[in-house]
Design a binder for this molecule. Structure first.
Ligand code: FMI
Length: 358
């Protein structure tokens, strides 16, 4: 990545010279060293989304090549919980109104997929990609073949952006996923604002999202790039209870289960209890099919083929609360990966439309 692609807030300038020198080493260990400096001088912690540093910086400035990037959440104090709840409600009401999409599955699943794909580009090694910069809005990222079909979610959200122009794209895309999970009867997801639209040249290269035609070691290795352990990976993949695959988007076809617009643990029960046959589909891609018309990707089936994943699948199949608890943790982490939050930066848990009698 070129020099011009590196951005850090002005508040970090105090540590520039030392960070840059260390950054030029260019190894994976650099992030940790720089984070230490932050901690001592500015109160920051490393960028895994759980940081509790402090910053008042508002502007962005290019940094010299090699150093890790700090993405500090910036929250305009003018907007509080009720403003963000209003955005949540607008998304939720549109979800309820436009229910005919994709043969009455509705937009929930594709909104969840958009929030995951925006976040799933993150690389812990150099803190590039991730949800912070809202870079899905640029063609380079939206045209990634892995993102086929997500334009439907982006078009759905565009009027919401017009109604609430103060919200950043990164916040909007991630809030869309949170709204979808909650409105489709899934667990509450604590959500934090503060992502900042970043320039086009910070857009990550294509090819950072996983490929479904792979087994357990690929899945484990891939999600480790984002710091996820086995339990978190199994929980995240349970999002496939929602929606379906579409030949035109991914080259796969069919739903993972019966309840395509209700967030449940059905995915794990189907993995364990259906009779699966590996077959080639119309696009000549291999997928597992069941007599009930359900499908599984190879990466899904990997969860019952691996000794470490299998007991977690069994646990989540039996105990939906255990699944919800882990999903809440892992999904929040996914959406926040790479972002550093100050101690007083807000955390919101939004009310569903039902809870507000709307
Ligand atoms: Fe999945 N997904 N997903 N997905 N996803 C979908 C649809 C889809 C993969 C592949 C894949 C996660 C992880 C991974 C989610 C949620 C989540 C499709 C079909 C494919 C091929 C797309 C289409 O329209 O044809 C993997 C294997 C590679 C990227 C993978 O690791 C995770 C972690 C989640 C939850 C956060 C949802 C909801 C859908 C349905 C979208 C729709 O339009 O119905």
């Amino acid at each position: 990545m070129s020099t011009a692609n590196r951005f850090v807030p002005l508040a970090s300038r105090a540590v520039f010279s030392r960070r840059v020198m260390l950054g030029l080493v260019g190894s994976a260990g650099v992030l940790g060293v720089a984070a230490d400096l932050h901690q001592r001088r500015d109160g920051y912690r490393g960028g895994n989304g759980n940081g509790n540093g402090r910053s008042t910086g508002k502007l962005w400035t290019p940094l010299v090549a090699g150093a890790p990037i700090a993405h500090l959440a910036q929250v305009d104090k003018k907007y509080g919980e009720s403003d963000y709840q209003a955005v949540y409600n607008a998304i939720a009401e549109k979800l309820r109104d436009e229910d005919e999409y994709d043969n009455y599955i509705g937009y929930g699943p594709v909104l969840l997929r958009l929030s995951w794909h925006c976040s799933g580009t993150w690389d812990k090694k150099d803190n590039t990609g991730g949800s912070f910069g809202g870079t899905y809005r640029f063609q380079k990222e939206s045209n990634d073949p892995s993102n086929n079909g997500l334009e439907n979610a982006a078009h759905f959200l565009e009027p919401i952006k017009k109604q609430f122009p103060w919200i950043s794209y990164g916040d909007l895309y991630t809030l869309g996923g949170v709204t979808a999970v909650q409105e489709l009867q899934g667990p509450k997801i604590a959500w934090r604002p503060g992502r900042v639209d970043m320039p086009e040249d910070t857009t990550p290269d294509n090819g950072r999202l996983p490929d479904a035609d792979n087994g357990a070691s690929y899945v484990r290795n891939f999600f480790d790039r984002m710091n996820f352990n086995d339990r978190e990976v199994v929980a995240l993949m349970g999002g496939h209870a929602l929606g379906k695959t579409h030949l035109a988007n991914s080259g796969y076809e069919g739903p993972w289960g019966a309840a395509t617009n209700t967030f449940t643990n059905e995915f794990y029960n189907n993995l364990l209890n259906e009779h699966w046959t590996l077959e080639k589909n119309e696009a000549n891609n291999e997928q597992y099919n069941s007599p009930k018309g359900y499908m599984m990707l190879k990466t899904d089936m990997a969860l019952v083929q691996d000794d470490k994943y299998l007991p977690i699948v069994k646990e989540f199949a039996k105990d939906q609360n255990a699944f919800f608890k882990e999903y809440t943790n892992a999904f929040q982490k996914l959406l926040q990966n790479g972002i550093t939050y100050s101690k007083d930066s807000p955390v919101f848990v939004f009310k569903t439309l039902d809870e507000q009698d709307l």
